[in-house]
Write a protein that binds this ligand. Structure first.
Ligand code: HEC
Length: 147
């Protein structure tokens, strides 16, 4: 037979276990705050569709076999949806690529320095980052995406 004390003790233990479980769940699902606003994504969407989607895909899926170098050593259009390397580059690095074009000699990625101004380049980044999962976005932040 369980004594009154033991019952009380069990009730406490159950209560605190539940609290701990709830705390663990809420940390795991915590939303990450993105650096961009929904307005920036909305502004960038037509720019992305016009200037980027033709090569990188309307959802940033990239070209098939984007991992395989071309005969000249450059790469096909990379995925921008988080499945490729784009999340390895900081915001300023991504902007630099868009401004100056492909990094590898012979790359077909054009430079957009005279086509899109700084704010517009930032909004197309917001568009393709909106394709990223929270997990990818957290990984990017952890690697110093905003440094
Ligand atoms: C004519 C095709 C083409 C267009 C248009 C184009 N890109 Fe690219 N993009 C490429 C190619 C090819 C590469 C790989 C370049 C290399 O080998 O250095 C690339 C690479 C990139 C990278 C680096 C990705 C990584 O994983 O390192 C980013 C970021 C990028 N493009 C963004 C954009 C954005 C944003 C636009 C629109 C403003 C755009 N690109 C328009 C072809 C294109």
């Amino acid at each position: 037979m369980i004594s009154k004390m033991n019952k009380l003790f069990l009730a406490y233990i159950t209560f605190f276990s539940l609290v701990l479980l709830l705390m663990a769940c809420s940390t795991a699902q915590e939303e990450v705050t993105r650096w961009y606003s929904l307005e920036q994504v909305a502004t960038g969407k037509p720019l992305y569709a016009k200037h980027c989607a033709g090569c990188h895909g309307s959802n940033g899926e990239g070209a098939p076999n984007s991992d395989t170098p071309l005969p000249n050593g450059s790469y096909p259009p990379q995925p921008l949806n988080g499945s490729g390397h784009s999340w390895h580059h900081s915001l300023s690095n991504l902007e630099e690529t868009i401004k100056k074009g492909g990094r590898h000699p012979g790359a077909t990625m054009p430079s957009f320095g005279h086509v899109l101004n700084h704010e517009e380049r930032i909004t197309v980044i917001a568009v393709f980052q909106s394709f990223w999962s929270d997990k990818t976005y957290r990984g990017w932040l952890w690697r110093g995406g905003l440094d």
